[in-house]
Ligand binder design. Structure first.
Ligand code: 5AD
Ligand code: SF4
Length: 472
């Protein structure tokens, strides 16, 4: 259940923050400007909408351009080491700026801040950073900003866990017509390579009624598509009273009037139930797309990764899904270069890629994350070997997505128009139920509506189409 007292307290801090921004505004002769820079996954994107909600409620103007901001916030990711390196790169630039403009305020939050070595580094070598907080106390953002503005020294506030859920603070959505909705937090799976369970903590599900209320409010505010978010949505409901499952939750979400599309992310293959497949197949609103991370195709590697499925059981699951929904788009995540992975192991991964024929696959080079069991292994892979294997995997992925991405040519599909096309201002870009994109002639007034589009030509990862104005 949501912690109402904490919610009230944070609203009080937003009021205090308003006074601070008023003072800043009279000092600068304009409203203070805030930039929130987001790294990483959909969860972080949603968290940034919460941060944006609070700063805009408190009277900041928002900008995407960090070089023009008075307050810069980095919402960080640490799933792979290159995300960490990117942050340090940005901090180098900011240090020079802060020397010139001492009123600049810098805050860091997100997954990377939950790592002790990062905090040690920042407190020692990045003293110009004003505020550091983590994933568990993000709901205290207003309070933390007040403390930051009232103090001259660096504030670091990191918790290793929380039982509280505080979700009703102001949120500023990036898109008026679609929104992420957290249904659960944390992860209990401890895949051997993954840092997420250490930085996002134990799994906690939100009460179904609170989720439904939130979606109803979003729909009343113009949202027609929601993305239900969790590290492993298939284990939703664990720890809640009653016997609610993810499939049961979807059934309830489906009933919300005015909501047109439902997506979810991410599904762990080990927990995907027959009930979920049934609910998806019979749904009018759940999109025909499932993201089903494979990670590796070799049983030996899967076992070591602690994934708790085999190549055979994964393929069986995919078959079941395809039998129930023959047109479904399937995407995946793959890791190449896990410690001890051999050419024969990678062959197994490629075999799965060909058998499933993914619509798209995100392929990652294994990144050693301190504190995870895989990082302690002595047989870390050779860089050149990994590059070769990565290229082999990538070309198999490309072959399959080329096959899949032409499959809808000639058909008429509903597209939710998301934006004016970046390349051509006379075109708009829409997203299909299958998650692929289509560009077609149209203007900005179509944004946020679902229109029927004939797919004329497949071009790599998207289609060129035309709006079907009258089907009769
Ligand atoms: N190295 C490389 N990729 C990783 N992922 C998670 N941890 C690592 C790691 N240590 C990938 C997985 C996961 C996706 C979000 O990131 O494929 O599904
Ligand atoms: Fe990481 Fe595995 Fe949890 Fe996904 S399911 S967040 S890969 S530990």
């Amino acid at each position: 259940m949501e912690n109402k007292e904490e919610l009230q307290l944070q609203f009080e801090y937003i009021e205090r923050l308003k006074k601070i921004t008023e003072n800043l505004a009279s000092k600068y002769g304009r409203k203070p400007i805030c930039a929130i820079v987001t790294f990483g996954c959909q969860m972080n994107a949603r968290d940034s909408e919460k941060l944006n909600g609070i700063v805009s409620e408190a009277g900041f103007d928002l900008t995407e351009d960090e070089s023009g901001a008075d307050l810069v916030i980095y919402n960080t990711c640490t799933v792979r080491d290159n995300a960490n390196q990117k942050l340090y790169g940005h901090l180098g630039t900011l240090k020079a700026r802060k020397k010139k403009i001492p009123t600049l305020r810098i805050a860091l939050c997100g997954c990377m801040m939950q790592e002790q070595s990062v905090i040690e580094n920042i407190s020692k070598n990045y003293k110009f950073v004003d505020l550091v907080f983590g994933t568990h106390n993000i709901y205290k953002f207003a309070e933390l900003l007040v403390r930051m503005y009232e103090s001259d020294s660096q504030i670091i506030d990191i918790w290793d866990k929380t039982d509280d859920i505080v979700e009703s603070l102001p949120v500023l959505r990036k898109y008026p017509y679609k929104s992420g909705v957290n249904i659960m937090f944390g992860c209990d799976n401890f895949c051997s390579y993954c840092i997420v369970p250490y930085v996002r903590g134990r799994e906690r599900s939100r009460e179904p009624l609170e989720i439904i209320r939130e979606i109803e409010k979003l729909v009343a505010d113009g949202v027609i598509e929601v993305m239900l978010l969790g590290q492993n949505v298939n284990s939703y409901g664990k720890g809640l009273s009653g016997d609610i499952t993810f499939a049961g939750l979807l059934r309830e979400v489906e009933k919300i009037e005015g909501l047109k599309r439902i997506r979810f992310m991410t599904s762990h293959p080990k927990d995907l139930s027959d009930e979920l497949i049934e609910v998806m197949a019979s749904s009018e609103k759940i999109c025909r797309h499932i993201h089903l991370p494979l990670q590796a195709g070799s049983d030996r590697i899967l076992k070591d990764m602690n994934r708790r499925y085999t190549k055979e059981s994964y393929l069986k699951l995919v078959d079941k899904i395809k039998v129930a929904m023959p047109d479904i788009a399937i995407t995946t995540d793959i890791i190449v270069g896990y410690p001890g992975e051999t050419v024969a192991d990678v062959d197994e991964t490629i075999d799965v890629i060909r058998k499933v024929c993914y619509d798209n696959a995100f392929t990652f080079i294994y990144s050693k994350r301190t504190g995870t069991p895989a990082a302690a292994r002595e047989d870390q892979a050779d860089e050149n070997f990994v590059k070769e294997q990565f290229d082999r995997v990538l070309s198999a992925v490309r072959e399959c997505s080329a096959i899949k991405n032409g499959a809808l040519t000639g058909s008429v599909q509903e597209a939710l128009v998301e934006s004016v096309s970046e390349q051509d201002p006379t075109m708009v870009t829409g997203r299909l139920s299958y998650n692929s994109m289509v560009h077609f002639k149209g203007s900005a007034d179509l944004i946020g509506s679902i229109v029927p589009v004939r797919l004329i030509q497949a071009k790599g990862f998207y289609y060129i189409g035309e709006e079907v104005k009258d089907e009769h």
